[in-house]
Design a protein around this ligand. Structure first.
Ligand code: A3P
Length: 293
């Protein structure tokens, strides 16, 4: 059976990126053997994945914090479901750090035994959508869309890698008691990076000295990551993925509320209506504006 439409590979109702999917792993995902000290970073695309990969890598690896080792964050905290030729997950030394966009229902069964940790990062979905629109138009492997209006249709219908944003966050949140999971939002990282780093390291039971925390915060700051080839996916995007233009960047604006510069009043109202319908009674709060308390 062909599960591919455009750049999407649908497996059990969820859209993966067809270009890079590790089909063998995904088909056996439920039985993937989890170790107690595994850490999974789970996100919906464009929610701050690369940022948190960097933070995790800096927390775990002294050679990253003090820059004595030249290893990209993508190799230190590799994608679980997408092909990574340099690592063999079965033989990788502990602790293994993974990045993933999978929905809760595809999680390896061993994660439900609650020892391995999951960090779930979410972001207000209007900024996710705008970031995704630019990203999709930039990378050759993703489908280009002429305008926001058209992209918004696809995003709200889940016709993108990651499927529907609403289902992703609701699914993980509503099943949170099955997992050892911490929910944090992009906007909190943005507003108080230091405190967020402390929260993450405490959840991971990784004690850091004040000097270590300073090194993490410094190297996870937007401007530093933007110019750091270990952190900004520059090489892989240029040499493996390919782009439609040279102006785009993975680290584009890195702010809260960029959606206000892109959505019309009508589009915003339509989005709000759909958001309210889908997120009614959802307890997590979202931050829509950089000046919001
Ligand atoms: P924008 O496109 O809005 O700028 P992901 O890694 O999940 O694809 O998310 C990418 C988004 O996270 C981009 O958003 C990017 O700029 C932002 N981002 C990455 N690192 C960041 C950092 N250190 N500080 C703030 N935003 C960051």
């Amino acid at each position: 059976m062909d599960n591919t439409v455009g750049n999407l590979f649908n497996f059990k109702g969820y859209n993966f990126d067809h270009s890079f999917i590790n089909i063998d792993l995904v088909e056996n995902i439920e039985d993937f053997k989890i170790r107690n000290d595994d850490v999974f970073l789970i996100t919906y695309p464009k929610s701050g994945t690369i940022w948190t990969q960097q933070i995790l890598s800096l927390i775990y690896f002294e050679g990253h914090r003090n820059r004595t080792e030249n290893i990209t964050t993508l190799n230190r905290v590799p994608f679980f479901e997408y092909v990574n030729k340099t690592s063999n997950f079965f033989e990788a030394p502990s602790p293994r750090l993974f990045t993933s966009h999978i929905p809760y229902y595809l999680a390896p069964k061993g994660l439900k035994k609650k020892k391995a940790k999951i960090l779930y990062i979410y972001r207000n979905p209007k900024d996710v959508m705008i970031s995704y629109f630019h990203f999709s138009n930039w990378l050759v492997t993703l489908e280009k869309t002429e305008n926001i209006e058209h992209f918004m249709e696809k995003f709200l219908d889940g016709k993108v890698v990651g499927s529907r944003w609403f289902d992703h966050i609701r699914g993980w949140y509503e099943h949170k008691d099955d997992f050892n999971i911490l929910f944090m939002c992009f906007e909190d990282l943005k507003k108080d990076l230091r405190n967020s780093v402390l929260k993450i390291s405490s959840f991971l039971e990784k004690e850091l000295s004040e000097e270590d925390v300073n090194a993490v915060v410094r190297q996870a700051a937007f401007q530093n990551m933007k110019s750091d080839p270990q952190a900004n996916y520059g090489d892989i995007i240029k040499n493996i993925v390919g782009t439609r233009n040279s102006e785009g960047r993975f680290l584009r604006k890195g702010t809260i509320g960029d959606w206000k510069h892109h959505l019309t009043v009508e589009q915003n109202e339509r989005f709000d209506k759909i958001f309210q319908k889908n997120m009614k009674d959802f307890p997590l709060k979202f931050i829509w504006d950089i000046n919001e308390k």
